[in-house]
Ligand binder design. Structure first.
Ligand SMILES: Nc1ncnc2c1ncn2[C@@H]1O[C@H](COP(=O)(O)OP(=O)(O)OP(=O)(O)O)[C@@H](O)[C@H]1O
Ligand SMILES: [Mg+2]
Length: 459
């Protein structure tokens, strides 16, 4: 379905030019020459996104924005503004505008902003629609995603699941490694047989062996009865060795033997037990580096890593964020008996912009706590936990009394740079100075050099 955009500008050239450009990108573009006309269209037509100028006769862009925020919370608004009016554009963002872009317009950038904003807007479609969509293409087992990286992973999972090949799943904490292990098992011919999980890091070294291989009665103090180990339990099924990077060298050797010979003995036992098990392992460590440091056996690595599935961090596949947000929102709304419809634009923007060091796990927890905190029909930026919320907070800077003008200027430049993620073009725009002047001042105050020092101090 084509998305419908509303382009509002009193300059005919800009309006028509944008309409044409977006038309070529496959959007339906409606135009209005001022806020009043825009409001009329908003009331008559289904509009997905508004791009508006600020300074217009009759009803201004700011007034239009306020109207949209009151009535049509879910319509994202992108502000276009003349070069000198950044302050007003910034306050428009505080009123709920999603982004602003200055004239002369960088069309490519505007198209990208629009595309992103519409992606985020997907969230406000009804849960029913969403579930149908998710059911089709964007999930395998309970793993959700639509980024190219996740699609590749879906393909790999489908290919490898029917085989008996060992799989090593790598990636940062919280990216969904365990979910992938579940999916492989559930899509394999062993799906009706046990999937046994061992959290290698959670078990004390002395216990790990007995957990894995089992023990005979009296094998050690406290071994009052014979116990079957996880390898035995996983016979005919799948064994998932989670956090494999945490096991010591002795156990590594024993696991290697099971992988090679499919045989082992219980601790304190003589009988050799044979098993038919499919192995999946996961780690958030860089095993190649562990091998180089002599902490992980190379032969075991190659046995486990017949197929590698690497899951990139969430910040490198942001296209998955809206879908995950919507899914978790649905899940936790039901769980908490709340009737939440979606996310308010600033909240959406915050979730989309945040770096998610704890990956999907952190996003999931964040949505759960936001649902609990929420009191309206939409999650607001104030409902979010501090991490993502901070991406939208108004920053303030502190200039000590008795500073010289130069010292104050230096602080202003540093803080603005920091608030804009080091983007020098935007910093120059906000400070209303030329880029060249900014570079000179950065040089003069040694700001870059200090940033680097900071980084090394933190490393
Ligand atoms: N693509 C996804 N779709 C839906 N839920 C996901 C996805 N990825 C992760 N999750 C959820 O995020 C949480 C963390 O996932 P999981 O336990 O699989 O991560 P992990 O990579 O094993 O992390 P760790 O290394 O810390 O053990 C779980 O609640 C899981 O359901
Ligand atoms: Mg895990």
């Amino acid at each position: 379905m084509k998305s419908t955009l509303l382009i509002v500008d009193d300059e005919k050239n800009i309006r028509d030019g944008l309409a044409e450009a977006f038309g070529m990108e496959g959007y339906e573009a409606l135009t209005a020459q001022d806020g009043q006309e825009a409001i009329k269209l908003l009331d008559e037509r289904y509009i997905d996104l508004v791009i508006t100028d600020l300074k217009m006769p009759k009803v201004s862009g700011m007034e239009l924005l306020q109207y949209i925020e009151e009535r049509w919370q879910n319509i994202p608004v992108i502000i276009i503004t003349a070069h000198g009016d950044i302050t007003e554009a910034v306050s428009a963002m505080q009123y709920g505008a999603l982004e602003f872009i200055t004239k002369p317009l960088d069309l490519e950038h505007l198209v990208k902003l629009t595309k992103n904003a519409l992606e985020i807007r997907e969230l406000s479609i009804t849960n029913q629609e969403l579930r149908e969509e998710v059911a089709a293409q964007q999930r395998i087992s309970s793993i959700i995603g639509k980024s190219p990286a996740m699609r590749k992973i879906f393909d790999l999972v489908r290919k490898v699941a029917p085989t008996k090949a060992s799989v090593l799943i790598t990636g940062e904490s919280g990216v969904g490694k365990e979910l992938i292990a579940d999916a492989i098992h559930n899509l394999s011919p062993r799906r009706d047989k046990p999937l046994i999980k061992v959290h290698c890091a959670a078990l004390a070294e002395s216990l790990l062996e007995s957990e894995l291989f089992g023990h005979e009665k009296g094998a050690f103090t406290g071994a009052q009865a014979r116990k079957r180990g996880r390898f035995e339990m996983a016979d005919t099924g799948t064994l998932f060795l989670d956090e494999i990077g945490e096991i010591n060298q002795n156990v590594q050797i024993e696991i290697l033997r099971v992988l090679q010979d499919k045989k082992f003995e219980r601790v304190g036992g003589e009988t050799t037990i044979e098993v038919d098990t499919r192995f999946i392992a996961a780690t958030n460590r860089d095993l190649k580096a562990e091998i180089a440091e002599g902490r992980f056996r190379e032969d075991l690595y190659y046995r486990l890593n017949v197929v590698n599935i690497h899951v990139p961090p969430l910040r490198d596949r942001r296209e998955d964020i809206p879908l995950l947000m919507a899914t978790f929102l649905h899940e936790f709304s039901q769980e908490n008996g709340k009737d939440l419809e979606g996310f308010e634009p600033r909240a959406r923007q915050a979730l989309y912009a945040y770096d998610w060091p704890g990956n999907v796990r952190e996003l999931r927890n964040c949505i759960e706590s936001s649902v609990v905190m929420s009191s309206g029909r939409f999650i607001t930026a104030d409902d979010l936990p501090p991490g993502p919320r901070s991406t939208q907070e108004k920053r303030e800077m502190h200039i000590p009394a008795l500073s010289s003008l130069e010292e104050a200027e230096k602080i202003i430049i540093m803080e603005t740079l920091a608030a804009l993620g080091g983007n020098k073009t935007k910093t120059a725009e906000v400070l209303k100075i030329g880029r060249k002047t900014l570079y000179q001042k950065i040089e003069q105050y040694g700001i870059d050099a200090m940033e680097k020092q900071d980084q090394t101090a933190n490393a």
